[in-house]
Write a protein that binds this ligand. Structure first.
Ligand code: HEC
Length: 308
């Protein structure tokens, strides 16, 4: 079918003498010699102004950024960094323990429900037990009163404060941000989280910290209103892993990465499948293309000037 169509359209193509002369004239106008001097100057200055503008913009963008007094977190070799590496689920489970026993005193995690833990870090029975440890306000009941009940799998993680004002009042005016998506919300992701949690140090001479502020070079500006939360042995892991400060920070950072990106493992699994199927599809597509175009590509056009 494609062959018949190709041969038919091929016959329709014919050129006259005039067409060729026109084409030759067009080609000769593309020569740089024929461009007038004023136009050359115009194009030259447009190019200069354009390049200068771009350089100026980049320069301004850099100079205005307030990140100068900031320690950039170095990249750490996370076990989930590679293209095909899943998250370390034992680490997510330990990270949950750190969040629950340390961070949950100040930070909410309102987009995470207990049911989300099932199959990731806990079994269904374990997640249920975790939920039942909390008290949730529910209601109204038949009398119109709100009541407290133990948490269920469908409940979200409890908020440590009733509202933002209460949270600020308890933390010297600073608001502890919700941690559900913090790994995605901060430049550097889990590298930043790890270094923030382990990077507290003495403030350099000359830097005045206000009451309730601590020095952390990884926090923009250096003065953070969160005290160092992780120390060696501040909690005990249920799986017996030695709870050093860096282990705690690593586990809670992995947990927070999972919270920000619960589809992480599925995404990489899909990528592996795609990488296996894609070369096959490419090969088939290439073969089909060669097949369908073979008639058109192997044709020869010949121009025979008409005799006058
Ligand atoms: C005593 C309360 C308290 C505890 C416990 C606590 N934080 Fe914070 N956190 C805060 C406050 C207050 C801020 C806001 C700091 C600011 O804006 O200066 C904060 C800010 C943060 C930030 C945001 C930093 C940024 O870039 O804006 C992260 C991330 C964080 N905390 C993680 C954690 C983790 C993880 C834990 C548990 C290991 C934890 N925090 C424990 C009070 C706390």
């Amino acid at each position: 079918m494609a062959g018949v169509l190709g041969r038919f359209t091929g016959r329709v193509v014919s050129l006259t003498k005039n067409n060729v002369k026109q084409a030759q004239r067009k080609l000769s106008t593309l020569n740089l010699k024929d461009v007038s001097t004023s136009k050359k100057i115009l194009y030259g200055s447009i190019g200069l102004v354009g390049t200068g503008g771009v350089v100026l913009l980049i320069g301004l963008e850099r100079s205005v950024s307030a990140g100068d007094a900031l320690a950039h977190p170095p990249h750490l070799p996370w076990s989930h960094s590679g293209w095909t590496n899943s998250l370390d689920h034992a680490s997510i489970r330990r990270g949950y323990e750190v969040y629950k026993q340390v961070c949950a005193a100040c930070h909410s995690m309102r987009f995470l429900a207990y049911r989300n833990l099932i199959g990731v870090s806990h079994t269904e029975a374990e997640a249920k037990a975790e939920a039942e440890e909390t008290q949730v306000t529910d209601g109204p009941d038949d009398q119109g009163n709100m009541f407290e009940r133990p948490g269920k799998l469908s409940d979200y993680f409890p908020n440590p404060y009733a509202n933002e004002e209460a949270a600020r009042a308890a933390n010297n005016g600073a608001y502890p941000p919700d941690l559900s998506y913090i790994a995605a919300a901060r430049h550097g992701g889990e590298d930043y989280l790890f270094h923030l949690l382990t990077g507290y140090e003495e403030a350099p001479a000359g830097l005045v910290l206000r009451d309730g502020q601590y020095y952390n070079p990884y926090f923009p500006g250096g003065a953070i209103s969160m005290a160092q939360a992780l120390y060696n042995e501040v909690i005990e892991y249920s799986d017996g892993t030695p709870a050093t400060a860096s282990q705690l920070a690593k586990d809670v950072s992995t947990f927070l990465r999972w919270c920000s990106e619960p589809e992480h493992d599925t995404r990489k699994q899909m990528a592996i499948k795609m990488m296996m199927i894609f070369p096959l599809l490419c090969a088939i597509t290439y073969y089909m293309k060669r097949h369908y175009w073979s008639v058109l590509k192997s044709r020869k056009y010949a121009f025979k000037p008409p005799k006058y």
